[in-house]
Ligand binder design. Structure first.
Ligand code: ATP
Length: 334
């Protein structure tokens, strides 16, 4: 495919896994192979931004021989790894990730149709190696395009639940990681602060091009939350090459704080829209299994400093990973 620029990340042996019951729940590749004569089995992890989809995908990959396919619209592109929240190479624990940072952002926007054909070939490839494809990411239009038996690029899938495709071209197990909106809203606002302290601002300063004039509608990676918000502020008060978020002069900080407020609001709006689309898919007949991660996220909010803390991990393992493992195990045995 002409939009693919980077080779797929080669499989590497899994590093230490956080998931405790790896050996017990692992399934044999044979039980997967049995089903290949029928439609390929795929597990789809859905949820709003920040709800822990990447974590769950890596946790499940430690239990079932699988590979992960990213379905986040912005994370498919190379670049802006912090701003778009790509799972870090260390956190991937050696699990192969596909369509993650592998598309050239300057080669035009990746459409749902493009994603459908790229995803199809990756699923075929993973399944042929007797591994389970785990799809994880927040773009519901990408997920719908990939899974629908018949795909109409001109249809507005989220115009109403009767436009949702009932017939799917894979045998799907849908996991929906849900967090009560108030808790998620607080968490997402804190996450933006954590991202700024992890280098998001410096990444956007490097990405900023003062000579660039965007057309009225931006495309691809330039739509990522953070890019337009900071650009507007940078135009008013240009950043200097050496500026860091922690070391900003008070004048610039005051201006840039405006962008931060917008980023927090836009991220929460995105989460709300994504939840709306997930509910529509559910109403449209998709058998989504809801996993409530609210308690885990409450614990994450109570933990001091960056990161989610030990209490989070304990609740996550028992409430989210535990239920998901049972669901996936049953699905693979069917
Ligand atoms: P739509 O049909 O509105 O395009 P979608 O479900 O296909 O929705 P979303 O994943 O909801 O796609 O993305 C919509 C917008 O949200 C993106 O264009 C971008 O502005 C922002 N966005 C999504 N994911 C990210 C991300 N990882 N980082 C930054 N911004 C993002």
């Amino acid at each position: 495919h002409s939009k693919l620029i980077l080779p797929l990340i080669p499989p590497s042996p899994p590093l230490r896994s956080r998931a405790p019951m790896a050996a017990a729940a692992a399934i044999s590749p044979l039980s997967l192979r049995r089903h290949h004569r029928r439609r390929d089995k795929v597990v789809v992890i859905m949820g709003a931004t920040g709800s822990g989809k990447s974590q769950l995908s890596v946790d499940l990959a430690a239990l079932f021989p699988s590979e992960i396919i990213n379905s986040d619209k912005m994370q498919v592109y190379a670049g802006l790894d912090i701003t778009t929240n790509k799972i870090s190479p260390e956190d991937r624990l050696g699990v192969p990730h596909h369509l993650l940072g592998s598309v050239d952002p300057d080669a035009g926007e990746l459409t749902p149709s493009d994603f459908r054909s790229l995803g199809q070939s990756v699923i075929g490839d993973i399944s042929s190696r007797q591994k389970l494809p785990l799809i994880a990411g927040g773009s519901n239009s990408f997920i719908h395009a990939l899974l629908a038996e018949r795909f109409d690029p001109d249809a507005d899938v989220f115009g109403g639940f009767d436009s949702v495709s009932h017939e799917l071209r894979y045998n799907c197990c849908f996991l929906w990681v849900d967090v009560s909106f108030q808790v998620l809203d607080d968490y997402l606002r804190k996450r933006v602060d954590d991202m700024l302290h992890s280098g998001m601002f410096e990444e956007l300063v490097r990405y900023y091009d003062p000579c660039r004039v965007d057309p009225p509608t931006r495309t691809g990676l330039r739509k990522a939350i953070g890019v337009p918000e900071f650009e507007r502020c940078f135009r008013r008060r240009p950043p200097r090459r050496w500026d860091t978020w922690a070391g900003l002069d008070p004048l610039r900080r005051a201006t840039y704080e405006e962008a931060v407020r917008e980023i927090k609001d836009n991220t929460c709006q995105l989460a709300k829209r994504q939840i709306g689309k997930i509910l529509l898919l559910k109403e449209g007949g998709w058998d989504l299994r809801r996993l409530d991660a609210t308690e885990a996220f409450r614990a994450a909010m109570a933990a001091p400093g960056p990161g989610k803390g030990l209490k989070w991990a304990e609740i996550w393992d028992s409430q989210v990973l535990g239920s998901s493992t049972k669901i996936v195990k049953r699905f693979l045995e069917e």
